[in-house]
Design a protein around this ligand. Structure first.
Ligand code: GRF
Length: 216
């Protein structure tokens, strides 16, 4: 049985698109049953609707306080019989009540190699720190922002001449591979949380290592 998944967005939804596309494959273990935005003007909503996916808006500005907003979100998720939630550029912090209620069924993608650079402006901060690799992380959500057991990471080299935009573009490409992979592992029952880490059952491991710069 495919797992029923909701994708929560606030903006353009390119990761949402990647998940929708991946889930078209007959053997993909998840079905995207609903896309929910907290912003009525989120660009991703139109794409989801075009793809034939039910969309919903739960506008946070219409609620007095986070608890009421999240209670409504939770109600809509249950109504759609959602089993797993993917946050994809969802720009609201979730309270511990919501996060605990969806523990290990709530996934997020962040554009850095966590635990480095949680929060905003990750690419600018990676460039300023002079790291030779950055990337993205798909992880189970915990109450602290951008923390939680890591499911998949993609390493992206920082290249000479990179600015925030160029780096963001390459990391985003990696995000579009990492998120569908992570969701497949979770929905397929192959990613289990053990303490603060995730154990992956039977997936191919990468070989070798990357150097940056690659050679003289
Ligand atoms: C992505 O970089 C994601 O990692 C971060 O927000 C951005 C959302 O982009 N959490 P999109 O809406 O999926 O295109």
């Amino acid at each position: 049985m495919k797992k029923k998944v909701a994708v929560l967005i606030s903006g353009r939804g390119s990761n949402m698109r990647a998940l929708i596309e991946a889930a078209l494959a007959a053997d993909y273990p998840a079905d995207i049953v609903r896309v929910i935005s907290n912003r009525p003007d989120a660009g991703g909503l139109a794409h989801a609707a075009e793809a034939g996916i039910a969309t919903d808006v739960v506008d946070h500005t219409a609620f007095l306080g986070r608890d009421k907003f999240e209670a409504e979100l939770d109600r809509r998720l249950k109504e759609a019989e959602v089993e797993l939630i993917c946050l994809a550029g969802f720009m609201r912090l979730l309270t511990s009540r919501f996060v605990d209620a969806w523990k290990d069924r709530l996934i997020n993608i962040h554009p850095s190699l966590l635990p480095a650079f949680p929060g905003l402006d990750t690419h600018a901060r990676a460039l300023a720190a002079g790291v030779r690799f950055t990337g993205c992380t798909v992880h189970f959500v915990r109450t602290e922002m951008d923390a939680g057991p890591i499911i998949v990471q993609a390493a992206v080299p920082v290249l000479p001449g990179d600015d925030e935009e160029r780096l963001a573009t390459r990391v985003l490409e990696a995000e579009h591979l990492a998120y569908p992979l992570a969701l497949a592992l979770v929905a397929g029952g192959r990613a289990s949380v053990r303490g603060d880490a995730v154990v992956i059952d039977g997936a191919a491991a990468p070989t070798g290592f990357l150097l940056n710069p690659a050679a003289i």
